[in-house]
Design a binder for this molecule. Structure first.
Ligand SMILES: Cc1cc2nc3c(=O)[nH]c(=O)nc-3n(C[C@H](O)[C@H](O)[C@H](O)COP(=O)(O)OP(=O)(O)OC[C@H]3O[C@@H](n4cnc5c(N)ncnc54)[C@H](O)[C@@H]3O)c2cc1C
Ligand code: SF4
Length: 566
């Protein structure tokens, strides 16, 4: 289809605003500027696509968050005088935009953050129906990333240091405020309930929330997870309220308890801003400015700023530079043909059916496997089957309850256990993508493939993020209520040693693994046999959807002991 000249109501330029580009403040500014100059207003098109929202078995809360924000954004722009054309379709985003371009002329779009969306829209760009302009929702550029890249793998701390120097954020006369670039080592306190952790805000039940709740139940009823629309920010004002809550109640204690996990508070002092931040409802620049001006202790300010201008920007660049892990410094891992369902069909005994065919260009993502044998299917425990391990069961329940959990539970419980069980990193990534309402390919793939599972090797981290029970016990309070004891019967420590033994040939050349592999070599053969037996038992029971217990683990170890004594 050839592009037509722009038409309709004096609009000079029509923009396609994607679901993660919902920056109402920007468009208010654009509208005010146009009005001030007597220039034509820009027009905006917004697409709600059932195909895209149902492409994977996403948590209902994630679908509701997106619909609420798209609709609130539309109203906010109309109130500011911007003409908005919105379409609800059972079909794809690309088909809807093609139709709009046929009517309104070629559309302009900020470069999509998601690779998957870039791939879907590429044919429209090629046909001249869509003009892509740089996306301004980021603090750093690809040039910042390239300039900070060393000859080895990419490292967040090198990137972060360079970004601080270039932007002047938390810098004074060319030196870091407080005398050092990172306060990470001071941010590792256990939390025992004092000071009290804040309860996240809930939002007023409006007709928009009623409408979206009804539609999600009706149109996306097969999707998993609990729907609780009053917990979700919808309007720009809701995002502001959530962010003020984060600044006032979380930030002062963010630093010291950044790594703490607790049954008493799911969020501890984390701000829960990622879902709306990743939708573009609030720019990262604004978060950093507010935090830098907050006056709270530097260890919290620096800790938060590092997450936003460091980790968040860094992972996005790694994703771009590796083409979504399809090209990991020359290695070209397998790419799945279609999006995975993360084990949904195994759990529910039915295929995940898509109503309409996938758009051309969309695939199932890269599946690197640096740790060769990591192909265990994701256990049903991640879908809510009880595993018998309290840390895992509690965090999984939290995720299906609210489509979010904080960083350390993602990394050191969900990621750690899956890695120790050699779970297929692609399937785990797909699970995080469907379960969390802040997940988008540019952020979930680096965090799971690149960081948690080490599936891409030392491309962005130096070693796997794994631990035994001692870490989970030290940083959390799950163990107190568990049938296992972290110092004795808990199998996680044996899983840790068994992991190191299995992957020693791959990890041997890694200098950061030298010490721990030295300890592994000092482990006796009977201990190693018991480690292997614990691994096989836990993996096999969990993959079958069963539950382990101290008695079942002890029986597996006893059986292995009697075999080795024969
Ligand atoms: C296995 C795994 C999967 C993850 N998947 C996602 C995901 O799909 N989407 C997502 O936004 N974050 C993801 N993260 C990063 C991090 O866990 C979340 O950003 C954070 O928990 C969001 O909660 P919050 O807003 O309260 O964060 P806070 O702790 O309050 O931190 C503030 C902000 O820092 C940013 N941030 C912190 N760490 C990271 C990181 N490693 N990568 C990117 N941004 C970071 C986020 O934007 C976050 O909102 C993942 C981490 C791990 C270990
Ligand atoms: S004892 Fe082991 S399984 Fe139980 S909560 Fe602690 S670390 Fe998790």
């Amino acid at each position: 289809m050839a592009p037509r000249p722009a038409v309709s109501s004096g609009v000079r330029q029509w923009w396609a605003v994607l679901p993660d580009q919902l920056d109402a403040a920007r468009w208010r500014g654009v509208a005010a500027d146009a009005a001030g100059r007597g220039a034509p207003m820009p027009g905006v098109v917004v697409v709600e696509s059932d195909e895209w929202l149902g492409r994977r078995p996403y948590h209902r809360q994630r679908i509701a968050l997106i619909l609420l924000n798209q609709r609130a954004f539309t109203e906010e722009l109309r109130a500011a005088g911007v003409e908005v054309r919105s379409m609800r379709t059972r079909g794809t985003v690309s088909d809807a935009l093609r139709e709009f371009a046929g009517e309104l002329g070629a559309l302009t779009v900020d470069e999509p953050a998601e690779r998957e969306m870039r791939a879907e829209l590429a044919p429209l760009v090629g046909a001249g129906l869509l003009r892509v302009v740089p996306n301004r929702q980021w603090i750093t550029t690809a040039e910042d990333f390239r300039a900070a890249a060393g000859s080895g793998g990419w490292r967040m701390d090198t990137f972060y240091r360079a970004v601080r120097a270039r932007t002047g954020i938390l810098m004074e006369d060319g030196s870091p405020v407080g005398g050092k670039i990172s306060f990470d080592t001071e941010n590792r306190e256990r939390w025992d309930g004092i000071p009290a952790a804040p309860e996240p805000p809930r939002f007023e039940r409006t007709s928009l929330r009623e409408e979206v709740a009804r539609e999600v139940e009706e149109r996306f009823g097969r999707h998993p997870g609990r729907l609780d629309v009053d917990a979700l920010p919808a309007t720009h004002a809701d995002t502001e309220l959530l962010w003020r809550w984060g600044l006032e109640h979380c930030l002062p204690w963010f630093g010291p308890y950044e790594d703490a996990m607790s049954e008493r508070s799911r969020g501890v002092f984390h701000t829960r801003i990622s879902p709306v931040l990743n939708l573009g409802r609030i720019p990262p620049q604004r978060l950093v400015e507010d935090v830098a001006a907050s006056g709270v202790p530097l260890q919290s300010v620096e800790g938060f700023v590092r997450q936003v201008i460091g980790w968040r920007e860094f992972v996005r660049h790694v994703h771009g530079a590796t083409d979504g892990f399809r090209n990991v410094r020359g290695d070209r891992p397998e790419v799945h043909a279609a999006p995975g369902d993360a084990g949904w069909s195994r759990r529910y005994g039915a295929a995940w059916e898509r109503g309409v065919p996938l758009p051309a260009g969309v695939d199932g993502g890269a599946a690197p496997a640096h740790l060769g044998g990591a192909r265990t299917p994701l256990p049903p425990a991640y879908w809510g089957a009880e595993s018998g391990m309290r840390c895992l069961d509690r965090v999984v329940a939290d995720v299906w309850d609210e489509s979010w959990s904080h960083h350390i539970t993602r990394l050191m419980v969900l990621g750690n256990l899956a890695t120790l069980l050699d779970v297929d990193a692609r399937e785990l990534t797909d699970w995080f993508w469907v379960a969390y309402m802040d997940a988008w390919d540019w952020v979930v793939e680096p965090n799971v493939i690149g960081m948690a599972t080490f599936a891409a090797g030392p491309v962005m981290t130096t070693k796997p993020y794994i631990s035994g029970a001692a870490y989970i016990d030290k940083m959390g309070d799950f163990c107190a209520g568990c049938a296992f004891s972290p110092g004795s019967s808990c199998p996680i420590t044996r899983l840790y040693w068994a992991f190191l033994a299995r992957h020693e040939p791959t990890l041997r050349s890694n200098p950061r693994m030298k010490l721990v592999l030295g300890s592994l070599r000092r482990r006796s053969e009977p201990e190693r046999a018991a480690d292997r037996a614990a691994f096989v038992h836990v993996r096999d029971v969990l993959v079958e959807g069963g539950k382990i217990s101290p008695a079942s683990v002890a029986a597996a170890l006893a059986a292995s002991d009697s075999r080795s004594n024969r």
